[in-house]
Design a protein around this ligand. Structure first.
Ligand SMILES: Nc1ncnc2c1ncn2[C@@H]1O[C@H](COP(=O)(O)OP(=O)(O)O)[C@@H](O)[C@H]1O
Ligand SMILES: [Mg+2]
Length: 324
């Protein structure tokens, strides 16, 4: 059935790459300048990080498409977590015929004979093994590694990390006006004229704490809600209902980004709502078979805090955590 509100729902898809980006000029400049030699040969490697929904994936893909279309490959490591899958994905995207049953070493061999490109590894902290980074680096013009947290380089073996000499670029959350501009642009092209008022778009922008993904989700869900009730305009009630769903979606999106250990810690803490760090560590340790170190526990906690799933409260000498 044709939507009464949406002209083109595809514009609200995560995969959609708009022709024009809103703001982020400084980031675009920094990334393009870091990669500026990649069309002629070897370029610098990049580490891009920042919280979810701040344009890391979009801005990077947009630059690759705009300036390095023939010389780059994009891989999402969340859906390709093993070395085998990463190499297979790169080979498939660069026109090789692979069946998928070949051993990883054979795929790496094939990859080494191909012309070098920029390799973008989005959400690279989900890689189950990181030795492959060395092969990718050796046979590429540059590696662009993206992650939701600044601690994620810790997953990479120190020797490989020091070779990569990564240029670091941080994406901070958008301010309300920037989210407003992003949403307005999609509304202008994706919805029928008059389907939503400026005031409502502004309310949505204020609700999403600098996360454009939440804003776009909320608008899309609100449009569906209004459409289901056979109305031509979105009301504040639609936005309220949509925003509840968008928040639930955000939580499941974030939980989906955790590894098994982080999820166990999160579950333990969720059951207790708030816990001393020492007790949380003990309970978590009882739940996993492998030995866990204090150091990796600290890294997991930093990630949970950075993703805004867990809050740290210091009470005197002891650290305490609570669920957000
Ligand atoms: N500067 C921007 N201009 C237009 N759309 C944007 C911009 N930044 C983010 N978006 C949109 O917001 C959503 C989240 O952006 P994304 O790049 O996937 O975030 P991240 O990778 O940081 O989690 C996507 O739908 C994207 O198209
Ligand atoms: Mg992303």
């Amino acid at each position: 059935m044709e939507s009464r509100i949406l002209v083109d729902e595809g514009l609200f898809d995560e995969e959609f790459i708009p022709e024009r980006l809103v703001s982020r000029e400084a980031h675009i400049k920094a990334i393009a300048s870091s990669l500026s030699h990649a069309n002629c040969g070897r370029s610098k490697n990049l580490f891009i990080h920042g919280p979810p929904g701040v344009g890391k994936t979009l801005v990077t893909r947009w630059i690759l498409k705009e300036h390095f279309d023939k010389n780059s490959v994009y891989v999402n490591c969340w859906s390709n977590r093993t070395s085998h899958k990463v190499i297979r994905d790169i080979l498939l995207k660069t026109g090789s015929i692979v069946h998928g049953k070949e051993p990883t070493s054979e795929l790496v061999g094939m990859f080494e004979t191909k012309p070098k490109k920029i390799i973008c590894l989005d959400e690279f902290d989900h890689l189950e093994e990181t030795d492959i980074l060395y092969d990718l680096w050796k046979n590429s013009r540059a590696l662009v590694m993206i992650s939701n947290t600044s601690y994620s380089l810790a997953v990479i073996d120190g020797r490989i990390r020091s070779r990569l000499l990564l240029d670091e670029i941080e994406f901070k959350p958008y301010c309300t006006d920037e989210v407003f501009d992003i949403l307005r642009e999609r509304v202008d092209y994706g919805m029928r004229p008059g389907a939503i008022s400026e005031d409502l778009v502004s309310i949505v922008s204020r609700m999403c704490n600098g996360d454009a993904r939440i804003g776009l989700q909320t608008l899309r869900l609100a449009a569906r809600e209004a459409g289901m009730q056979e109305r031509d305009t979105i009301t504040i009630e639609d936005v309220k209902t949509a925003s509840k769903f968008a928040r639930k979606y955000r939580l499941s999106y974030l939980l989906g980004k955790l590894n098994e250990h982080q999820r166990i810690i999160y579950e333990v803490l969720k059951r207790n709502r708030s816990m001393d760090s020492g007790r949380l560590f003990e309970e978590y340790r009882k739940k996993v078979k492998e030995t866990v170190t204090d150091r990796s526990y600290r890294n997991y906690m930093e990630r949970l805090v950075e993703l805004d799933l867990v809050r740290e409260i210091s009470s005197g000498r002891w650290k305490k955590y609570e669920i957000v």
